[in-house]
Design a protein around this ligand. Structure first.
Ligand code: ADP
Length: 373
């Protein structure tokens, strides 16, 4: 009992009791004793630490939260040591205990909240998937069912137009309008069906060796009727090239969409140029028109689903905004790319680039969920 014991160790250390008393006396005489900070400071700090812990536990991500609390914990200890060196002392226990108590008290509450949120997300997700499936099924069924009566309307309009009995001008115009509108509707239904196939990942790429130039000629021939009615001339400059593997139906759809767009957005009596060439193992096809063009700020968006640029929206030209989305999707399935250059009131040029050799790596890199047949 002659020696004093430190609170950290049961070993007898350093000072004798006499030395300690001498020390205390010396401190008093020299007025070197540390002062205790007012009790209010401790209370305020404890409250602040409690609030900080509650906020962190309830709102911050777990790892970041632990980082913040550990930082606050260490900063507080450091601050009390520095204060002590300056002659002030402050009890640390209340604040540190407040951190632990608040942490363990509020953590279960946070866990329950998180669980409930993730359960709600799951429910919402399941519902969304079901709605999406229902929507796709509905669109697919409706489009199929609409096609048959539509084909009948077109057929009947054709019969009336080619009948030997002469029609009055008004009758002829009316039947022609019926024919044209049903064709537009049929194209739209075709696009919606394609979109449905894309969304349900139901596209099979049937690759066959084909002469792309004869495909271009074929499509141009089909579109000529539409062009001639508005006095538009379609010119072709096709560089001879070897056949290569493509999915004929999809590329036919791509070319049709591009050429029909060029006609749709051209003024009467305009000119359209369709070219093909081979550059370093790639086939480059271009469709250039002298139509209304596309504003620069709309260019990055024209290949998006259902996007129509403002000049198209403001004009009488009808459309669904699906054509270029399908173009891009089908070209990318072939691991090709699409580009557009355009200047308002001067015209637009759409280019597609298709690799002439699709090696196994290229196929592997193509979009997921596509089957090569
Ligand atoms: P839409 O059915 O509206 O034609 P697309 O997907 O085919 O839909 O085209 C998207 C938009 O790109 C069109 O609304 C139009 O604004 C613009 N666009 C496409 N082709 C041309 C073109 N040749 N000239 C001018 N604008 C075009």
């Amino acid at each position: 009992s002659f020696y004093i014991k430190t609170p950290y160790s049961r070993e007898v250390v350093a000072m004798s009791v006499l030395e300690m008393h001498a020390n205390i006396l010396d401190t008093l005489l020299q007025n070197r004793a540390p002062q205790q900070l007012p009790g209010g400071v401790n209370l305020i700090l404890t409250i602040l630490f409690s609030l900080l812990t509650i906020y962190v536990v309830l709102n911050v991500r777990p790892l970041k939260g632990i980082g913040i609390l550990a930082g606050a914990f260490l900063a507080f200890i450091l601050a009390t040591y520095i204060l002590f060196a300056l002659g002030w002392w402050m009890p640390m226990a209340h604040s540190l205990i407040a951190i632990f108590v608040c942490y363990y008290f509020f953590i279960p509450y946070r866990l329950i909240m998180e669980n409930r949120r993730s359960w709600e997300y799951q429910q919402k997700n399941r519902l969304l998937t079901q709605v999406e499936e229902l929507k796709s099924n509905f669109l697919r069924m409706m489009s199929h069912d609409l096609r048959t009566p539509l084909a009948r309307i077109q057929g009947m309009a054709n019969v009336v137009l080619s009948d030997n009995n002469p029609l009055s001008d008004t009758q002829r115009r009316a039947v022609e309008t019926i024919y044209r509108s049903s064709e537009e509707l049929s194209n739209f239904i075709g696009s919606v069906l394609n979109l449905g196939r894309i969304e349900s990942k139901d596209i099979k790429l049937h690759l066959r060796s084909r002469d792309i130039n004869s495909l271009v000629r074929d499509v141009v021939k089909k579109c000529e009727f539409l062009a001639r009615k508005r006095g538009i001339e379609i010119r072709m400059e096709l560089e001879p090239m070897f056949s290569f593997k493509i999915d004929e139906d999809l590329i036919r759809q791509v070319l049709t969409n591009l050429i029909e767009n060029a006609i749709k957005y051209s003024p009467d009596n305009g000119k359209i140029l369709v070219t093909s060439e081979e550059v370093e193992g790639e086939a480059i096809l271009q469709v250039a028109d002298q139509g209304m063009g596309i504003p620069q700020e709309d260019l990055p968006h024209v290949f998006e689903k259902f996007y129509r640029s403002r000049n198209a929206r403001g004009s009488t030209v009808s459309g669904s905004g699906l054509g270029l989305y399908l173009v891009k999707y089908f070209v990318e399935l072939h691991h090709g790319k699409v580009d557009v250059e355009s200047e308002p009131s001067k015209g637009s040029t759409f280019s597609i680039t298709l690799p002439m050799v699709m090696d196994t790596q290229t196929r592997a890199r193509s979009r997921e969920g596509v089957q090569y047949v």
